[in-house]
Design a protein around this ligand. Structure first.
Ligand SMILES: CC(C)(COP(=O)(O)OP(=O)(O)OC[C@H]1O[C@@H](n2cnc3c(N)ncnc32)[C@H](O)[C@@H]1OP(=O)(O)O)[C@@H](O)C(=O)NCCC(=O)NCCS
Length: 258
């Protein structure tokens, strides 16, 4: 199924590709990679919680993992979903990730694009170029199902170090003539281009106690707080017992025409 180049690359790294639906207990095994990859609060997006289990069934062909031969250790997981978008790509929804997952699960329309949802790599296997291979696999799976374009609400991996900076400013930063953010850089090196910021890619709400449990911090006044791993501050409203985090991402396009 994979191109000879990617097959060789996986063989060299002693990795095999597995697709949900082709192996037993894919969701449980994938969770062993996914859960430790995110700060706890990121696991409480209402849209994700509503659809994630079903994603592995309804769109099994688009969920995949790399498993180390010999040890049988699952080292990375990729998730994507076919979606329908008839408008301009530069007008993709501001609700980014939440829109992609909910419309991909609910819309009865014939999809015309593949949308990346996430790529996770176990910490021990990071910084070895595996993320490039994971994106290439996602693109090849898309092509196999007739999707020439892959859109992605990309979560810039170092934006959490600069939570007060507007995303529009952050993504313009460059370093050595390349994009400053490592994850945007990986996508761009594979030919992707930035379409626009999606300012409300995910919305995570919880009670004040839930936010305290998720972050290990104390919130005793209504204010905006900087949370480790968050790309923007979290708004805590003590009177209404509510904490809200709105995550910005960046819509990017991988296209075989470009
Ligand atoms: C984002 C992620 C998938 C990247 O995977 P990876 O295997 O580390 O990626 P690579 O080895 O290809 O490295 C990608 C780039 O990041 C850089 N990088 C890696 N770790 C870094 C760090 N701690 N600080 C700064 N840059 C770093 C690498 O140098 C590389 O850039 P370069 O090729 O221009 O030098 C991985 O870190 C991860 O799983 N994170 C948690 C989940 C997540 O955020 N997923 C992405 C959003 S869906």
């Amino acid at each position: 199924m994979l191109s000879p180049g990617l097959k060789t690359e996986l063989d060299k790294r002693k990795l095999s590709l597995v697709i949900a639906g082709e192996v037993e207990a894919f969701p449980e095994k994938a969770d062993m990679v996914t859960l430790p990859s995110w700060p706890e609060f990121m696991l409480h997006d209402a849209v994700a919680n509503k659809y994630w289990a079903e994603l592995n069934v309804k769109h099994a062909d688009f969920q995949y993992a790399l498993v180390e031969k010999g040890s049988n250790k699952w080292v990375s997981v990729g998730n994507s979903i076919p979606v329908r978008w008839s408008g301009l790509l530069t007008a993709l929804p501001d609700a980014g990730w939440d829109w992609a997952l909910s419309s991909g699960m609910e819309s009865g329309q014939l999809p015309n694009l593949l949308c990346a949802l996430s790529i996770q790599i176990l910490p021990l296997y990071r910084n070895q170029g595996l993320s490039t291979i994971m994106i290439q696999i996602m693109r090849e799976i898309g092509t196999q199902f007739g999707f020439d374009q892959l859109i992605a609400p990309v979560r810039p991996s170092k934006k959490s170090d600069y939570p007060l900076l507007p995303m529009e400013t952050y993504i313009e930063w460059s370093k050595d003539h390349q994009r400053f953010d490592p994850w945007l850089r990986v996508h761009e090196r594979l030919g992707a281009r930035v379409l626009k910021v999606c300012p409300q890619a995910m919305k995570i709400s919880g009670t004040v106690q839930e936010w305290q449990d998720w972050t290990g911090l104390s919130f005793r006044s209504s204010a905006e707080y900087i949370i480790p791993g968050a790309l923007n501050p979290v708004k805590i409203d003590i009177e209404n017992d509510l904490g809200v985090y709105v995550e910005p991402n960046v819509w990017m396009l991988h296209s075989s025409d470009e």
